[in-house]
Design a binder for this molecule. Structure first.
Ligand SMILES: NC(=O)c1ccc[n+]([C@@H]2O[C@H](COP(=O)([O-])OP(=O)(O)OC[C@H]3O[C@@H](n4cnc5c(N)ncnc54)[C@H](O)[C@@H]3O)[C@@H](O)[C@H]2O)c1
Length: 314
């Protein structure tokens, strides 16, 4: 049994990770400031004696003895990370410094939840880890993109300079139950609109593509990465390479929800990448990992979650 700290553990990804780590027989300490996360996401874990919940903001130092740290704390969707961009940078950068300092002191392994956003609007397609990205340093998304890039730098420097056992995972779009219903991300928007019988808003002409991985596949990838030998630092992409046009996603969700909704078109926001698709050769080779959940299967679970969410909230 390992003692594992999960920052951002009350969020979408963190709550699934906490659940899985407990299931695997570990003791889990979840730290969160509840900015975008909620107790609702982890309420089912509170009776477990091996689960501990601590309200804490990782921009302040935190002291504890653990074997492993998963650093997930950071708002992940534009509406949330643009709400207070300075705080977003602080969470990524000061949060990384605080958690790396902790890992150094207690000799714990630490994994950083980085993001495909470090590739910005990529000129290489699909994106391998060796691609350095095309990021606007002064745009509305920069607080997130550059914060995460700086966090990667800090992780590598703690590895080179202090020999901290670090792991960096670049997460691509992930969906599943417990996504925030108002996060403004495309899967959530479409499902909430379809369930409410409202028109589905497609930005641009709908031909821009994204790839979506299901939450359980991501959690499996995170754990495999944490369990790699010390010399494996990453970054390693974790995502689903299957590309999908936004218009096709909208149609699929309308069908799966049996909705009468129509599709309407709005102008594309600035800095919105036209394409983003992971090259997961490294994950396949090093982690023996690839996504296994089909889009339709994952969407059905997610739709069911939102249906229940709407019923219990209303
Ligand atoms: N969801 C995705 O598709 C995706 C893609 C790439 C990377 N990521 C990364 O994965 C991580 C988790 O994302 P998510 O989708 O679960 O987002 P989320 O917003 O649901 O979860 C983030 C959690 O961190 C907490 N948090 C935020 N700032 C904090 C702070 N200063 N101190 C303590 N807790 C804080 C929030 O309250 C929330 O519970 C993030 O680091 C995100 O950047 C997510």
């Amino acid at each position: 049994m390992k003692k594992i700290l999960v920052t951002g553990g009350a969020g979408f990804i963190g709550s699934h990770l906490c659940e899985r780590l407990l299931k695997d027989g570990h003791e889990v300490i979840c730290v969160d400031n509840y900015f975008t996360g909620s107790k609702r996401n982890i309420v089912h874990l509170l009776d477990n004696p091996y689960f501990e919940l601590i309200r804490h903001d990782i921009t302040s130092p935190f002291y504890i003895e653990v074997d492993e740290i998963y650093n997930l704390a950071c708002p992940a969707s534009p509406v949330n990370y643009q709400y207070n961009p300075i705080k977003t940078v602080k969470t990524s950068v000061m949060g990384a410094v605080n958690m790396l300092g902790l890992a150094k002191r207690i000799k714990a392994k630490i994994l950083q939840a980085s993001t495909s956003e470090v590739y910005g609007d990529p000129s290489v397609h699909p994106q391998p880890e060796s691609y350095w990205g095309n990021v606007n340093p002064i745009g509305r998304r920069s607080c997130y993109d550059e914060g995460k890039r700086c966090a990667e730098t800090l992780f590598m420097d703690y590895y080179y300079q202090n020999h901290v056992k670090i792991k960096i995972v670049r997460i691509f779009n992930t969906y599943g139950p417990r996504m925030h219903p108002n996060d403004g991300r495309v899967v959530t928007n479409f499902i909430m609109q379809a369930l409410a019988g409202k028109d589905l808003t497609v930005y641009g002409n709908g031909k821009q593509t994204r790839s979506f991985q299901y939450i359980d596949d991501l959690v499996e990838g995170l754990i495999r990465m944490m369990n790699t030998p010390d010399e494996v630092t990453g970054p390693i992409n974790i995502g689903n390479p299957e590309e999908l046009k936004m218009i096709d996603l909208a149609e699929k969700i309308i069908r799966l929800t049996n909705s009468e909704s129509k599709i309407i078109y709005h102008p594309k926001p600035s800095d919105d990448p036209a394409q983003r698709q992971p090259d997961i050769s490294l994950a396949r080779k090093v982690l023996k990992w690839e996504p296994t959940t089909g889009l339709e299967e994952g969407l059905k679970d997610t739709i069911e979650y939102f249906r229940q969410f709407i019923t219990t909230e209303s």
